[in-house]
Ligand binder design. Structure first.
Ligand SMILES: [Fe+2]
Ligand SMILES: [Fe+2]
Length: 241
């Protein structure tokens, strides 16, 4: 049986209590009869990839640290730690569903290479960046909520709770990023709509996701309908109220 909690020196962070339930789930706790393994593979793997990619965004922004406020940087450090927890949790889930070795999982992830050139205009200043992060985190929150049923079919309370804990974290990331926009950049609130319009414009163009964590919304099935537009509208409303 795989044990994703041992012998792994590549992860810098301890598993904390917030998303802990997933690590108590063992292969025998899962009911795979009602699940499509190919579908599960795609969802868990792709999700773990994006959670993993948070480290690339953090490293990219670290070079710009002098341009950011202490409040924003504290937010980003906490955010980085949360996303790492999410990565570890989805890694554990994948390994017990597919009888996979955690070290091999990490090895595959370590081959990822980010390219931020396409997103550079959104990463230049704290106001714009906080707005983009708020948008991304709100979309992520909603997508995780849509996926509850998929993971609930595995029949393990620890898995179901993990998804809800992750969604709660993403919602907190959204709220805290929006609070930075509102409270630290009140003089630029009139620009929120324009930033979101630019994001939606970028989202509407067929493009590749390049391990940037942000704007990984390239799956047309998952991000169908008005999800992205609805999130942009909500942020505009909440930013101004
Ligand atoms: Fe996350
Ligand atoms: Fe997040």
């Amino acid at each position: 049986m795989v044990d994703t909690m041992k012998g792994d020196a590549s992860n810098r962070f301890e598993v904390r209590s917030a998303c802990r339930t997933i690590f108590d789930v063992r292969p025998g706790d899962l009911d795979l009869s009602g699940s499509d393994r190919a579908e599960l593979h795609e969802y868990i793997w792709d999700t773990a990839e994006t959670e993993y990619d948070a480290r690339f965004l953090f490293a990219y922004l670290q070079k710009m640290r002098p341009h950011f406020s202490d409040r924003f940087w504290r937010y980003l450090e906490n955010w980085r730690d949360d996303e790492e927890q999410h990565y570890l949790g989805f890694r554990h889930l994948y390994c017990i569903v597919f009888d996979y070795e955690p070290a091999e999982f990490d090895r595959k992830m370590s081959g990822r290479s980010p390219d931020f050139s396409d997103l550079a205009p959104f990463l230049e200043d704290e106001f714009t960046l906080s707005t983009v992060i708020a948008f991304d985190e709100l979309v992520t929150t909603r997508v995780y909520k849509k996926e509850y049923a998929l993971y609930d079919r595995l029949g393990a309370a620890g898995v179901s709770q993990f998804l809800r804990d992750v969604a709660r974290d993403e919602a907190a990331h959204y709220r805290d990023a929006l609070a930075i926009v509102r409270e630290c950049h009140a003089d630029r609130l009139h620009e929120v709509r324009a930033v979101l319009d630019k994001i939606l414009e970028k989202e509407s163009i067929k493009r590749e996701y390049r391990s940037t964590f942000l704007l990984d919304h390239t799956d047309s099935d998952l991000y169908s309908g008005n999800l992205l537009e609805d999130c942009a509208h909500l942020i505009c409303r909440q930013a101004m109220n």
